[in-house]
Design a protein around this ligand. Structure first.
Ligand code: PLP
Length: 456
């Protein structure tokens, strides 16, 4: 049957069996649905396995029931409040639940976003608008706004400054000091400061800025000099961890100057990407000029987002998690991850070559570590070797300025990295080191393959 291939082409794997996948132009003709599905699947065969991606903070597994909720609501545009009022009501419930979790003093407001990046853009815009209103009211110049934060923040803070024309005042890190405190921000804060951003759960080592100290400094500034500088908390990862693991640590609206908080629902909120949250301390902390009231399809909507249309599924999945786990469930999950991270840290320390960064301090469920001494190989070689031998994606990276000479490795310990896998990983790190001791460092071309991005 000379047409034997045709059967495969039309029924299953498609024309691309012997041709490259469509790349530049939409194909002229349709292909069977099953062929399209397999084409996409085959294209993704080279992707890393998410369970072995120890670089990402983002959720890689949800319960089948949550996936049903997600699947059943993929066709629902979140912005159509008139048509889907209950979806909007559920988003509002989530905002109230988070405000309560973050100890907001009373009724407040907020929004869901695509992730913390959008939440930060909106939160920082509100800082800028609030500052400008205040300056205008006092008849003062609004020409040179600045924003103060540490080098330990995520790149999105610099992005905000560039996109929205604000001077970034970045406190550099130092070798051995990877978070910032009041003494660091003090020289930078002045009457043109729209706000200070503090991180709870940094991208680089998982630790927290000294939020209490920064708040105390800003309260004093307000009391003594009448300068009311707002504190925004970047809790992209930490806002879902601190309330459960460190309930007595104050980092949230219990502190007077903390006026807004962002959190990534898709990180330790345990929802698939993309969902983030922005919560204000009080309604008045959201600059009213940023809210758009529009009459759309017969209903007046108040919108406060950068985008318009967006999915409903992840908002509903966040609500699913809140009611499914409850606070006790979230606490239990965080504790499991924390215990497994402690076990991994102890195994890594036991190898005898590494130091754990910031051991004993409040941190995210992760292990940040580096080589304690010089060796013929470095952290980048280890990352390559681990990927080559067992496909673990465990990133090696250098710290931000002025700690750029410090090399670091970081393993996120999510729910999917159970104790058995933690033990396997520790064994694999040992094996990778043994290989490197025998063969020496990896080649330059191999090093270029190492995963170095930790900004997610
Ligand atoms: C501290 C911090 N802020 C902001 C972000 C950006 O968050 P998202 O990926 O939700 O936009 C991240 C991502 O890792 C982060 O760690």
């Amino acid at each position: 049957m000379s047409d034997a291939r045709e059967v495969f082409k039309t029924e299953a794997t498609g024309a691309w069996l012997t041709e490259a996948a469509p790349d530049r132009a939409i194909p002229d003709n349709p292909m069977p649905a099953i062929a399209a599905m397999r084409l996409v699947g085959q294209e993704l065969a080279v992707e890393g396995i998410p369970e072995r991606n120890l670089a990402t903070f983002v959720t890689t597994w949800m319960e089948p029931e949550a996936r049903i909720v997600i699947d059943e609501n993929l066709h629902r545009n979140f912005i159509d409040h008139a048509e889907y009022p209950q979806t909007f009501a559920i988003q509002q419930r989530c905002i109230r639940m988070l405000a309560e979790l973050f100890n907001a003093p009373g009724e407040t407001t907020g929004t869901s976003t695509q992730g913390s990046s959008e939440a930060i853009m909106l939160g920082a815009l509100s800082l800028k608008w609030k500052w400008r209103r205040c300056r205008e009211a006092a008849g003062k110049s609004t020409d040179s706004p600045n924003l103060v934060f540490g080098g330990d923040v995520h790149v999105v803070w610099e992005k905000f400054c560039r996109y929205f024309d604000v001077e970034p005042r970045i406190v550099p890190l130092q070798a051995g000091k990877y978070t910032i405190g009041p003494e660091d921000i003090e020289p930078h804060v002045d009457e043109n400061t729209i706000g200070v951003a503090a991180v709870v759960g940094t991208t680089f080592t998982g630790h927290t800025d000294d939020v209490v100290g920064m708040n105390d400094f800003l309260v004093e500034l307000k009391d003594k000099q009448g300068l009311d500088v707002r504190l925004h908390i970047d809790g992209a990862s930490g806002a879902f961890v601190w309330p459960f693991l460190y309930p007595d640590s104050k980092w949230d609206f219990r502190l007077e100057q903390v006026r807004s908080i962002n959190a990534s629902g898709h990180k330790f909120g345990l929802v698939y990407p993309g969902i983030g949250w922005l919560i204000f301390r009080e309604k008045s902390d959201l600059a009213e000029d940023l809210v758009f009231y529009e009459n759309y399809l017969g209903k007046t909507d108040a919108t406060f987002t950068l985008n318009f249309s967006t999915g409903s599924s992840m908002v509903l999945a966040q609500y699913y998690n809140f009611v499914r786990f409850g606070k006790a469930g979230y606490r239990a999950i965080m504790q499991v991850m924390q215990e497994n991270a402690a076990s991994l840290a102890s195994d890594i320390e036991g190898i005898g070559k590494f130091q754990i960064i910031g051991e004993g301090k409040e941190t995210l469920p992760l292990v940040a570590f580096n080589l304690a001494e010089e060796h013929p190989y470095d952290e980048f070689d280890i990352a390559f070797q681990l990927a080559a031998e067992r496909s673990w994606m465990l990133p090696a990276y250098t710290m931000p300025p002025n700690a750029q000479d410090v090399k670091m490795m970081r393993a996120l310990v999510k729910l999917t990295l159970n104790r058995s896998l933690v033990n396997t990983l520790a064994g694999d790190i040992t094996a990778a080191i043994e290989t490197l001791e025998k063969k020496g460092p990896v080649s330059e071309s191999e090093r270029r393959l190492v995963k170095t991005s930790v900004t997610h």
